[in-house]
Write a protein that binds this ligand. Structure first.
Ligand code: UD1
Length: 416
């Protein structure tokens, strides 16, 4: 199994480009099931999660081709409506095909996604939403099974603004005659990208980015070319890399409005950030301050940046407090950071961080995607050699992160 070997201590300098957003691409790939023609997605990085979604669409009968950073998806010949367990288990987001399959074929059978390191991650809100929309969806033998052709749109209220449930319900409602209103919807930028993609294919959706989304059903979808939004979490990871190494990095291909919560928090810490029309410049400083934050649905502080920001706070003198409100078990990076000398105590969902002047390189394991990113950042700061194992988790969401960081002056090798 691959590992990353980091020789820490370099201050990062230079320019780096962010790839397309994994969390926008996955629902958009699922939505391409609706197209009766060919869809071309540009700005698509070569990530493990995207390979798994391609596998899922291929099993259904779609034809998928990659040309450089574009994916060409032809869903015309989809015949099957079933995703088997061996694919679902690899990635939770495979459940996103459920809404599109119901909308196109009035039938879907998707094996339950497996558990996940960061929490149990149930899908009750998706199932309840489909049923409230007028589909019949039930669980049997480890599968979610659904069918039906709802006659009229309805009003749905989500108990919690789940990103995946909002996306699945937008897709499921896209062919239902009349008007569907989804209330207490998630407001993440990736949902706006999904709306834009669907509308350009022929859908009639309004309100993504707000907490109430209106979907007017249509009966057919064409083919389009779509450029995916930049990955705000990859951008955020580079921002923290610049800060933790007290470096000076210019980050290209960033949607500034999507990274505001992180910009506010990093500025509070003392990180210098300059926003321009071509990207953002992030500069570390010698006088950082501790800070507190709580993860929240967008536009609150993103849970997907919590581990990386905690790595930074571990290097800032004073006490910082972090509260993780989205996932119940998203502190898997903490024992690993402790092996590197970090002083972090966990009490339920609260983490108390006493910043240290130095961290020491150690052998640590990436338990999940963003935990792995946090360990890379800590390794860049630490004295000596850090070895990170289980790199496959990092490959799910970052394309060649070691090469991108090396282009800024880091010293990271990948070993098989
Ligand atoms: C998406 C992102 C993930 C991010 C998360 C929160 C993708 C592919 N993944 O995941 O990177 O960390 O948003 O910003 O876009 N929940 C339920 N029942 C449900 C659905 C969710 O209880 O039916 C709970 C989850 O367990 C979790 C919380 O709601 O505690 C948020 O989950 P959700 O917003 O659905 O996240 P995902 O869409 O899975």
């Amino acid at each position: 199994m691959d590992s990353l070997i980091i020789n820490g201590g370099a201050s990062l300098k230079g320019q780096v480009k962010v790839s397309g957003a994994k969390n926008a691409i996955l629902p958009i790939m699922a939505a391409s099931i609706l197209s009766s023609s060919q869809v071309v997605l540009s700005g698509v990085p070569d990530l493990e999660d995207i390979k798994v979604m391609s596998e899922a669409l291929t099993v259904l009968g779609a034809k998928i081709k990659r040309e450089r950073d574009s994916l060409i998806i032809d869903s015309r010949h989809i015949r099957s409506c079933e995703i088997p367990e061996e694919i679902s288990r690899k990635m939770r987001a495979s459940n996103l095909v459920m809404g599109a399959l119901l909308a196109r074929f009035g039938s879907a059978k998707v094996a339950y996604p497996g558990g996940c390191a960061i929490g149990s991650r149930p899908i009750d809100l998706h199932l309840k939403g489909f049923n409230n929309l007028g589909y019949r969806v039930w669980e049997k033998g480890g599968f979610m099974i659904g069918d039906g052709r709802p006659k009229n749109g309805r009003e749905i209220l989500l108990d919690f603004p789940s990103v995946g449930a909002t996306e699945n319900l937008i897709m499921a409602a896209s062919t239902v005659p009349g008007t569907t209103i989804i209330r207490n919807a998630a407001r993440e930028p990736e949902i706006i990208d999904l709306q834009n993609f669907l509308n350009r294919m022929g859908a009639k959706i309004k309100g993504a980015g707000l907490d109430s989304i209106r979907v007017d059903g249509v009966s057919s979808f064409g083919g389009i070319n779509h450029v995916v939004i930049p990955d705000r979490i990859e951008a955020g990871t580079f921002m923290v890399a610049a800060a933790i190494t007290r470096g000076d990095v210019f980050i290209e291909n960033v949607a500034k409005e999507h990274i505001q919560p992180l910009v506010y928090k990093l500025r509070e810490i003392g990180v210098e950030i300059m926003l321009s029309s071509t990207g953002i410049r992030v500069m570390g400083s010698k006088c950082f301050r501790p800070a507190d934050f709580k993860t929240m649905p967008y536009p609150g502080f993103p849970t997907d940046m919590q581990p990386q920001t905690m790595a930074l706070l571990s290097t800032i003198e004073g006490t910082s407090i972090v509260v993780e409100t989205i996932f119940e078990n998203r502190y898997m990076h903490v024992p690993e950071l402790r092996r590197m000398g970090a002083d972090i105590k966990i009490e339920g969902r609260v983490a108390i961080i006493k910043g240290q002047e130095t961290l020491e390189g150690a052998c640590v394991e990436a338990s999940d995607l963003r935990a792995g990113a946090a360990l890379i950042l800590a390794g860049l700061f630490a004295k000596g050699r850090t070895e990170i194992t289980s790199v496959r988790h990092i490959d799910r969401g970052y394309e060649n992160i070691h090469l991108k960081l090396n282009s800024l002056g880091a010293d990271i090798q990948r070993r098989q």
